[in-house]
Design a protein around this ligand. Structure first.
Ligand code: SF4
Length: 284
């Protein structure tokens, strides 16, 4: 199972298996899994088992797998109600969501989910560049992601936006970085994370690379993309992190408050004044 770094101390409830989209060309997380919504009784039994081990102290619940928001209300509501009965100190329920998952719910459904405790959605457009989004088969456009962010916010949910350094390859590195900054501005997330693309064996992206249709930017190129995104993005007040294991340089701060400090750190890294994470220490 996969979860964001910030869910390290959450209970992970695998209420769905796999990803209903499962087409992003760089992703191998669920490639070997056929998507399904787990039987509701099984999900509720897992929550009761968690209560036996964690006691009532659990504060955070992450609902997996890759786009768990796709689950219908007939599953979400009993899961959220049971979680709150079993864990009275529960303060955050979150999940990964595709823009289309948000779009397929009505405003009323999103509000009901929020009232029942679903408070944070991790949305991964990876890029704001339409051509890059099309090439990586992201399954949603720039506008889809802006709409999803606005509707999640209107329902009272927070969002964490994920961008993928290198997603545009060398060919669209500049466009990718600039458009991603624009998308982050328009989505205006509470949390913004940058990850770094790794070309994984067996994925369509590896085949694109082998055919010369994709070339990952150099480490300096990836850091320059992050400079552009940090420099140009204008979220109101977002917690920014590049602490994911895939990154060469873990940084954290607030945007726009810490923009200059983060840019100085990136500049120092580009001049070789800061040690980068060695290749062997990076992970997905
Ligand atoms: S939506 Fe997420 S989990 Fe699904 S294929 Fe794309 S990157 Fe992988």
């Amino acid at each position: 199972m996969y979860r964001p770094p910030s869910e390290a101390d959450s209970f992970i409830l695998q209420a769905t298996v796999g990803c209903s989209h499962n087409k992003c060309v760089y992703c191998d997380m669920y490639r070997d899994k056929e998507f399904r919504v787990r039987d509701l009784d099984e999900s509720l039994a897992m929550l009761r088992m968690a209560a036996r081990y964690e006691g009532a102290s659990l504060e955070k619940l992450f609902v997996a797998d890759g786009d768990a928001l796709v689950m219908g209300m007939d599953h979400w509501i009993p899961i959220l109600e049971t979680a709150h009965q079993l864990f009275p100190r529960l303060r955050r329920v979150s999940c990964y969501a595709m823009a289309s998952n948000v779009q397929s719910k009505t405003d009323e459904e999103l509000q009901i989910l929020r009232k029942h405790g679903l408070s944070l959605l991790y949305l991964g457009p990876e890029s704001g560049d339409p051509e890059t989004m099309r090439r990586i088969v992201k399954g949603g456009t720039f506008e889809d992601h802006v709409e999803a962010a606005q509707r999640a916010h209107q329902a009272g949910m927070k969002i964490s936006v994920i961008a993928l350094l290198g997603a545009g390859g060398v060919a669209r590195s500049k466009e990718h970085a600039e458009a991603t900054a624009r998308l982050v501005t328009e989505m205006d997330p509470e949390f913004f994370a940058a990850l770094t693309l790794t070309v994984i064996p067996g994925t369509p992206m590896e085949r694109m690379e082998a055919k010369g249709k994709f070339e990952l930017p150099s480490i300096d190129g990836l850091l320059r993309e992050l400079c552009t995104i940090v420099d140009l993005a204008r979220p109101s007040n977002a917690v920014f992190r590049s602490n994911h294991a895939s990154n060469y340089l873990p940084i954290s701060g607030r945007l726009p408050h810490d923009r200059e400090r983060i840019l100085k750190v990136l500049d120092a890294a580009l001049h070789g004044d800061i040690n980068l994470r060695p290749e062997w220490a990076r992970g997905l």
